[in-house]
Write a protein that binds this ligand. Structure first.
Ligand code: NAP
Length: 286
């Protein structure tokens, strides 16, 4: 069994990104990311701080717009409009979740699709559907990069994705399909989950339920990707997959933490760089 080391792989990607940022700066463009955070959710604060640190490490300019919890929809939309028109900003990320009085969908729709570095805007979602995309949602993009790093073949293989959210499960299924996997998408109404997952050559678990995927649900030699980040009773970060059981069957498996998480983070930098490169029509690197 080989561990799919997201931390190491993300480090390599960061180094490549830093080089491309340097090259872009020589052409007079510094990639810029604006991160918008509304309210004082502690988890969101940690995520935003991490994003700012990642940017600094790769030479990407970042600015934070921290708004009070009572910010109105109009105020938030006005800020997004200003950022849409700011030539120094190539990527806009609104940290979710937003306070409940704000309309998340409306806010995401207001972001210029060219600056939509989360790739949540329906324009970019549609482009992913037809297989003509440049900005990808960070988690599925990170998983594809991790599979590629370890030379995992996708074409013709049975790929099972558990979870059908718009940010992970659905785009993940599309990306595997574009790479010619035979894809099955499971969700809470799937009748016999184990019967489906046991067919998987590549299994992606993105549910958010500790212990959901046990060893007996995994095919011998499968590649197992655990996206979930659950806190267990001891306060430890765990995935959906029972790691010790799965590791006995899997050919490759991601750890939690240190698997998908770091890859997700690095893909935000990749998207910001891609958005900046588009400005001068520069060659987009991988
Ligand atoms: P989500 O929006 O809550 O979606 C969860 C999905 O799981 C839904 O499609 C749901 O089905 C399905 N589901 C629930 N119970 C199920 C069951 N018993 N059997 C099969 N499917 C079931 O979650 P998300 O945003 O996609 O995130 C999923 C997990 O990934 C969470 O733990 C989250 O924290 C983690 N995550 C990690 C990263 C990272 O960087 N590592 C990034 C994003 C998310 P229905 O559609 O039928 O309700």
């Amino acid at each position: 069994m080989t561990l799919l080391d997201g931390k190491q792989t993300a480090k390599k990607h960061k180094e490549r990104i830093a080089q491309e940022v340097c090259a872009l700066k020589e052409k007079g463009i510094t990639p810029g990311l604006a991160v918008v955070i509304v309210g004082d959710d502690p988890a969101s604060r940690v995520y935003v701080n991490n994003k700012k640190r990642d940017c600094a490490q790769c030479g990407v300019y970042s600015e934070e717009h921290a708004l009070p919890a009572e910010t109105t929809q109009e105020q938030l939309l006005a800020l997004i409009s200003r950022l849409n028109h700011n030539a120094d900003i190539h990527g806009i990320l609104v940290q979710l979740p937003l306070p409940s009085h704000l309309d998340e969908q409306d806010v995401l729709l207001a972001i210029d699709p060219q600056k939509d570095v989360d790739a949540f805007h329906p324009f970019n979602v549609g482009r992913i559907m037809i297989g003509d995309y440049d900005l990808l949602p960070c988690t599925p993009a990170g998983i594809m990069a991790l599979l590629d790093e370890y030379g995992v073949a996708i074409s013709g293989r049975e790929c099972v994705v558990v979870g059908r959210s718009n940010i992970v499960g659905k785009p993940q299924a599309m990306l595997l399909l574009h790479r010619h996997g035979t894809v099955t998408l499971c969700h809470s109404r799937t009748k016999d989950l184990g019967e489906v997952t046991r067919r998987a050559d590549i299994l992606v678990a993105a549910v958010g339920r500790e212990g959901l995927i046990t060893g007996d649900m995994i095919k011998e030699g499968a590649v197992v990707i655990d996206v979930a980040m659950n806190k267990n009773a001891a306060g430890k970060l765990v995935g959906d997959v029972v790691f010790e059981e799965a590791a006995e069957k899997a050919s490759f498996i991601t750890p939690v933490p240190g698997g998908v998480g770091p890859m997700t983070r690095v893909m935000l930098l990749r998207n910001t760089l891609t958005a900046a490169q588009k400005v001068i029509g520069a060659e987009v690197g991988n």
